[in-house]
Write a protein that binds this ligand. Structure first.
Ligand code: CA
Length: 432
């Protein structure tokens, strides 16, 4: 609850975020008072507008701070630039010659260095033609709209025993370190028990220091939970993950939100507050969500960290696509973590309680979906000004799309919950 109050206190800071995209100071302090605000600004409710269409299997979107461009990752290996809703024909980077594009394999993640404006460095995560997960650093060329393909520097090459569960996301924490989500290696049920094996990077969240610049590889942050030892491997930040396909850091608090894709029964959201020492065990394959998996009972010896929220495979739901804590310009959803289900096309939001649970949960589909609803949602993204985007999978005739979350004036018809969309997920989950 304290966190909720903090969120409310930071709201005026949120307006600053929207205008400048500067991160709020941790103490939530505001700039000196300016002109008085309008006496009765119209209440806004969230909605979406089409931002870009005609994409080929988009899976991720990112942007450097304060940059008006967004960079869209297409699974086959292209990074494309859009600005003001216009997709540019010339890709920023073309990795199609070295990426496997099939099923869950492909170019999956993109992260810009916190100092991108001066360094021009960025990081990608893809499954290479040798079936390794590759984490590589690239530099931007003299043309800011073109990466330099010859600048590639492979930082990690992690063999993938099966084609699925490649994780794929990577993002910088507020500590300046690069976090990398690794799936359990694939198949089903984690047959090699890799997520619990400290001698493999599969089924883990990794944390590395890439601050040395181009050509310098990476190092182990001295405060990594297993730094300095041989086992567990020192890159490991957390273990017990099945397929953390998408995760993110709250722009204001720096908290880590992991959406871990479940096996066949439950999807989950894990949250780790900023300042955590790491070393958590998120449970897989002992547990799937809050249920025992293998073994089917007595699976938790008390050392496992349970999700703050999980949900069942019901009503067409099958696979979580994690998003972001909303820090854009719509006050009503400021501080809400957004996520989706790939199969049902639903979008949800929750508010973490700062401990082991949540205080709010909402089905946002009716507010946000285009007419006819979303098809498969592969993820979310934030632009350089903290605005949120939703990525709809597709290619060819049924092309992929990016929608931007915006605020529209509240009217009765919009804000009234509908039978389908705005009903709380809790009630839906009670269905058999
Ligand atoms: Ca778990």
């Amino acid at each position: 609850m304290i966190r909720k109050i903090l969120v409310a206190a930071l709201y005026s800071c949120a307006t600053v975020v929207a205008l400048t995209a500067e991160l709020c100071p941790p103490d939530g302090s505001d700039p000196p008072p300016a002109a008085p605000p309008p006496s009765s600004p119209p209440a806004l409710v969230p909605a979406t507008q089409s931002y870009v269409t005609g994409l080929s299997f988009p899976v991720a979107l990112s942007a450097p701070l304060l940059d008006p461009r967004v960079f869209i990752v297409e699974q086959a290996g292209l990074i494309r630039i859009a600005e003001d809703g216009v997709l540019r024909p010339q890709p920023f980077l073309d990795l199609r010659g070295q990426v496997i594009f099939a099923g869950e394999q492909g170019l999956l993640g993109l992260a810009f260095a916190p100092d991108y404006r001066t360094s021009g460095l960025f990081y990608v995560n893809y499954v290479g033609t040798n079936r390794n997960t590759i984490v590589a650093r690239y530099a931007t060329s003299a043309d800011p709209d073109l990466a330099d393909p010859a600048s590639a520097e492979v930082l990690l090459a992690i063999p993938q025993p099966f084609a699925n569960h490649n994780g794929g996301h990577l993002a910088f924490g507020h500590d300046g370190y690069l976090y990398i989500g690794m799936g359990d290696g694939g198949s089903g049920g984690d047959p090699g028990n890799r997520a619990q094996n400290d001698a493999t990077l599969l089924g883990k969240m990794l944390r590395i220091d890439v601050g040395g610049g181009h050509g310098s590889g990476y190092s182990i942050p001295p405060d990594n939970p297993f730094a300095g030892g041989l086992l567990p491997l020192p890159e490991i930040w957390a273990k017990g993950l099945r397929n953390p396909y998408r995760f993110s850091f709250d722009r204001v608090f720096g908290d880590l939100y992991i959406a871990d894709v479940g096996q066949s029964r439950r999807e989950e959201v894990d949250v780790e507050g900023f300042g955590s020492p790491g070393g958590r065990n998120y449970g897989w394959r002992l547990m799937e969500g809050k249920d025992c998996f293998n073994p089917p009972s007595n699976c938790n010896d008390g050392t496992l960290t349970l999700p703050v929220h999980d949900y069942a495979h019901a009503a067409g739901r099958c696979s979580i696509s994690g998003g972001h804590v909303y820090r854009g310009a719509v006050p009503a959803i400021f501080g809400h973590y957004f996520f989706a289900d790939f199969c049902s096309g639903e979008v949800f939001s929750l508010v973490w309680d700062g401990a082991g649970g949540i205080v709010e949960l909402a089905n946002r589909t009716a507010e946000l979906a285009p007419p006819g609803g979303f098809r498969s949602i592969t993820g979310f993204g934030e632009d350089g000004f903290a605005e949120l985007y939703i990525i709809q999978f597709g290619g060819g005739v049924a092309a992929g799309d990016v929608f931007k979350v915006v605020g529209v004036p509240a009217v009765a018809d919009v804000s009234t919950p509908t039978a389908m969309g705005s009903a709380p997920i809790r009630s839906l989950r009670r269905r058999p």
